[in-house]
Ligand binder design. Sequence first.
Ligand code: AMP
Length: 431
Amino acid sequence: MSFDSLGLMPELLRAVREQGYEIPTPIQIQAIPLVLEGRDLMGRAQTGTGKTAGFTLPMLQLLAPHANTSASPARHPIRALILTPTRELAMQVEESVRTYGRHIPLRSTTIFGGVNINPQTKALRAGVEIVVATPGRLLDHQGQGNLNFSQLEILVLDEADRMLDMGFIRDIQKILGLLPAKRQTLLFSATFTDEIKQLASKFLRTPATVQITPQNTAAELVRQVVHPVDRERKRALLSHIIQTRKLEQVLVFTRTKHGANRLSEQLDKDGISSLAIHGNKSQPQRIKALEDFKRGAVRVLVATDIAARGLDIDTLPHVVNYELPQVPEDYIHRIGRTGRAGSEGEALSLVCVDEHSLLKDIEKLLRKELTKDVIHGYAPDPSIPAEPIQTGRQGGGSRGRGPARGPRPASGLAPRGERGRHPSRPGARGK
Ligand code: AMP
């Protein structure tokens, strides 16, 4: 199967070729023709499957008839809105829009919080066909009268499950209320939970469904190993692995922001250059951290789940779960940072006695047992009892969810994630 057989226009095929893509990924093969037909779509796929091109390419083609180089804002009404849970994902999706759309004169911009609103206002007023936004800041612009969705044709909800996890349901509902009822809606989510299905049944019209299960994407390509170790020896083991195996470009996950900072400091003490990335960092700090990591200036990037969500780092060779995630699906998201689009990767998990039940849940989800490899000198002491897992709920954690797994809180009551804030709400962060 080649890109040529998907019905894409020459300008897009050229951009794809320039990216060096030779064959479409499974989600692209399935999604592109359906979106081109104008169908609503529910796509079950996470980052790393090529889903962004899967919706961006056909979206650009559908909007191409409107492309023009006029300077008049009236000639550039908003035609497509892409909602994402995080700023990082918004930036990356918009970069894809620019990349794939480089031979089509359509304008695009990002809208997200934590940065000055004025340049965004200016971009919106100048006219822009494709807006990639996080929900809170988009509503700020709505409040300021900067948005007109009357010409909107396409809505994309990207990583919808994560948007719900982060407590964006009300914002999403408000935004949907602003859009024309007659439109094409595409929803992408790593999981199809009941909440997602509810959202889809309310806002999508007889959607086609495409599914890329983790089993036949990243999870299959990634070599996954569990290193059992004592809680207190994880840091030493991590340094040992990085140093003895001479690992470069390692993405390390911790459960909490605090844990990310602490680990990064400790790695530095061990002579391993590292940076922490999480929601408390300013946007310029995060961008810089990611850039330093991408160009190899730092060896280790320590991240929380939300901060890492949507990070687009090509050919990332190693992911380390310094702590297992509270939610098994996050394990899949994490290891999706490696083994992307054809390249093989490795995911190591340092697992202590406290995390045995989390590991079981992950193995259940993967439907396989992970290989256990005790590293010489780091065998866990079986007399150490399990302790309850520290989540960052009170202590500044990366997830808005507490230790209890199971059913999520009712819509609207869901605890907010790092970025799930809006000025009208209590606890809104300063802009
Ligand atoms: P995504 O799942 O959209 O985050 O994409 C994951 C990565 O795969 C991105 O770095 C894309 O640039 C890359 N990619 C997307 N489609 C293809 C393709 N058909 N061939 C090779 N790489 C691709």
